[in-house]
Write a protein that binds this ligand. Structure first.
Ligand code: SF4
Length: 329
């Protein structure tokens, strides 16, 4: 009988989904992905998560609930670190425990620990552990992993070329078209918030409807971001923070953009620091208009629309006739 593995469409999903899907499908498992975030799923997530958790964790729990009665396992790895000497976030580190203690009647979780602070040998041990839920054959696991890595690299390439994942699929729409007449806006935030249509209030679509070109950090060469982040006085040991701050420095130095929007998740400790630093840096020379949008489960779409409209109007005024208008309006 084919083993069914459920992959929740949240948190690390938009970064690594092709890797794990390919891995388990190569091993012969059937992959079932939760439905795109909707109101019902969000409400269930909110109801089954402690109030203090950030919005993306609540959404993640909603996706776990969506899967729990139709799969043999749910994939909820314990992601300690994906880059050496860094961590993702305490919530990622304790995710399997949070899920288990929040949601009753779950099938077994695939909760293997991922920790790139360990040796390479240990990382391969981790891969075998992930594979062992489907097969005990190490050769099969090794082959599946190498195919999975290939799928992951192809996925990253596509994103860097301006395609982006929405609801788990890469859209064919180019974001930056290098059209000199279009406004260009850098859009920052966690991938699991930006690429989730409901979690982001569909901000990408809204910006595109305004005729705006979007630059996301995944479209900037990672080596460049790392190089910029390395100039920080103190190493940023949260991986997401390093990426956001490296991007902020890059934008400050190569400001061919007309504005920057930071989409922050309510309840995120890392965002409260990074969002503030990002804002200070983009405005340091008063050059880049900046908008901070904090989204939680109560955020209304009308409020987001109004703020976006006002922000885009401000960019237009600055471009058209008031180049000395301060970046903060
Ligand atoms: S980084 Fe922030 S938004 Fe992401 S899981 Fe951690 S607290 Fe939540």
């Amino acid at each position: 009988m084919t083993i069914k593995i459920g992959i929740p469409r949240g948190l690390w999903f938009y970064d690594y989904y092709p890797l794990w899907k390919t891995f388990y499908e190569e091993l012969g498992a059937e992959i079932i992905i939760s439905n795109p975030t909707n109101k019902n799923l969000l409400d269930k997530g909110v109801k089954n998560t402690v109030d203090e958790a950030c919005l993306p964790v609540k959404i993640f729990n909603g996706h776990v609930i969506d899967l729990k009665d139709r799969v043999d396992y749910i994939f909820v790895p314990k992601m300690m670190s994906v880059y050496k000497d860094e961590y993702i976030c305490p919530k990622f580190c304790g995710l399997p425990e949070m899920v288990e203690h929040s949601i009753p009647n779950l099938p077994p979780l695939i909760d293997t620990e991922i920790n790139f602070n360990q040796s390479r040998k240990h990382i391969m041990k981790t891969v075998y552990e992930f594979g062992s839920y489907v097969t005990k054959n190490p050769i099969k696991i090794r082959k599946a992993y190498s195919k999975a890595l290939q799928a992951y690299e192809e996925y990253k390439d596509k994103i860097s070329q301006g395609r982006f994942p929405i609801d788990g699929e890469l859209t064919s729409k180019q974001l930056m078209l290098n059209n000199k007449n279009k406004k260009k806006i850098a859009l920052l935030g966690h991938t699991y918030q930006l690429y989730d249509r409901m979690g982001s209030m569909d901000i990408m679509k809204k910006l595109q409807d305004y005729g705006v070109e979007i630059l996301i950090p995944e479209m900037i060469n990672m080596d460049v971001i790392n190089e910029k982040a390395a100039t920080l006085e103190k190493k940023m040991f949260w991986s997401y923070g390093r990426k956001a701050l490296g991007t902020a420095i890059y934008l400050k130095e190569n400001s061919d953009i007309d504005g920057a929007i930071y989409v922050s998740a309510f309840g995120c400790g890392i965002d409260s620091i990074i969002g503030d630093l990002f804002e200070r840096w983009t405005r340091k020379d008063g050059d880049i208009p900046f908008l901070l949008l904090t989204i939680d489960e109560h955020t209304g779409e009308a409020g987001v629309n109004t703020r976006l409209e006002a922000f885009i109007d401000m960019i237009d005024w600055r471009k058209r006739d008031e180049g000395n208008l301060p970046a903060h309006g």
